[in-house]
Design a protein around this ligand. Structure first.
Ligand code: SF4
Length: 359
């Protein structure tokens, strides 16, 4: 039996139940979810499904991440709410491709973990499955593992096996709407130009979940705990003086109360220039190199390969004498002498991050 899989939280419980109920069947998992955005989140969910299938001794095959086709199919439905028309198209696409895969592999039957999703009507899936059976001879196995306490059992199963619990359904549109309703930053959609692994990012989670697979392979115990913290994302920073653009780098946690600040230098103490507004501090690249024992030759170099976050925080503390400072700390090659215009767009927000504790 081919089993279409959407995520480990749905599939682990679903596959365990199938293994009990269809003990004579050889189950093959099929991961096909081009709806998931961004691609890093797709990789993360796949990573956890691979681990889950390995634990259950189930072969897993994957399909192409044909995101462009998914975007085409959902064109015009971008603003649909969850459970609306876009979700129908999204479910149908995954269902159809999985059914075709079952035919291609010569399977006699197929099913999907979408059956445990509260977003999809089981009757609708069964209807589509029965129609497909008439055309292809591949039987759709419509099981109801949601009722009779199934949902609670599924939640316990996810906890017991420390499965990765995503906090949005999957697509770009659903994610944007969810974060807007929550009044939260959709940090999943930020992609830094230096490819840094930022705190609370999907890339950081991938590192954590890869590490836990390594620990499990070494038979070592671990726990995953959550921490709340103040997160930060920078969208834009530029500085000009006398209408000339000056290359700059803003240290992590640099914020402005408005998007723009026009100011002049009022004092210069111990290699730090203090601006007349918004607590802006300017430091030179030379000063940064001296404090961090680095050797950046240009600001461009700094932009594409910045110091590790812990070094930036250390430097922030030296400059502002506080680990909690949110003042803009701007690095330039040479300090401008005349009035300047700083543009800085950034977000500071509460976030949670998972942490791995090796026991
Ligand atoms: S919200 Fe979920 S089910 Fe709906 S279109 Fe997006 S990924 Fe698909």
């Amino acid at each position: 039996m081919l089993v279409h899989i959407c995520c480990s939280v749905d599939s682990h419980f679903f596959l365990e139940r199938l293994q009990r109920e269809f003990a004579d069947e050889k189950l093959t998992g099929f991961f096909y979810n081009p709806n998931i955005h961004p691609y890093s989140e797709y990789r993360l969910r796949l990573l956890d499904v691979e681990r889950s299938c390995a634990l259950l001794d189930i072969e897993l095959i994957t399909a192409e991440y044909d995101y462009e086709t998914w975007l085409e199919l959902t064109k015009g439905l971008e603003s649909e709410p969850e459970k609306g028309k876009r979700c129908e198209v999204c479910f149908d696409r995954r269902f159809e491709v999985s059914a075709q895969k079952a035919v291609e592999l010569g399977e006699k039957s197929f099913t999907t973990t979408l059956l445990v999703s509260p977003l999809k009507s089981q009757q609708q899936l069964k209807k589509a499955g029965d129609e497909f059976y008439k055309q292809s001879g591949v039987k759709f196995i419509s099981v109801d593992y949601r009722s009779g306490g199934g949902t609670q059992e599924q939640s316990l199963c996810a906890k017991e096996h420390k499965l990765y619990r995503q906090d949005y359904c999957g697509c770009l549109y659903g994610l944007n709407m969810q974060r807007t309703t929550q009044d939260k930053t959709a940090s999943e959609l930020y992609s830094p130009i230096d490819a840094a692994v930022l705190p609370g990012s999907i890339e950081q989670r991938i590192e954590l979940y890869e590490r836990r697979v390594q620990l499990e392979n070494q038979d070592r115990d671990y726990e995953i705990v959550k921490e709340r913290f103040l997160n930060y994302r920078q969208l834009h920073c530029s500085l000009s003086s006398n209408s000339e653009k000056i290359d700059v780098y803003a240290l992590h946690y640099s914020t402005l109360p408005r998007a723009i600040c026009k100011a002049t230098i009022t004092k210069h103490i111990d290699h730090i220039s203090y601006l007349s507004r918004d607590n802006v501090r300017l430091i030179t690249l030379e000063y940064l190199n001296r404090e961090l024992l680095s050797s950046y030759a240009t600001i461009q170099e700094l932009l594409y390969n910045p110091p590790p976050l812990k070094d930036q925080l250390r430097l922030r503390e030296i400059v502002s004498n506080s680990p909690y400072s949110l003042s803009p700390i701007i690095v330039t090659k040479n300090t401008p002498k005349t009035k300047m215009v700083l543009r800085l767009q950034s977000r500071v927000y509460q976030d949670t991050v998972e942490r791995l504790i090796v026991l």
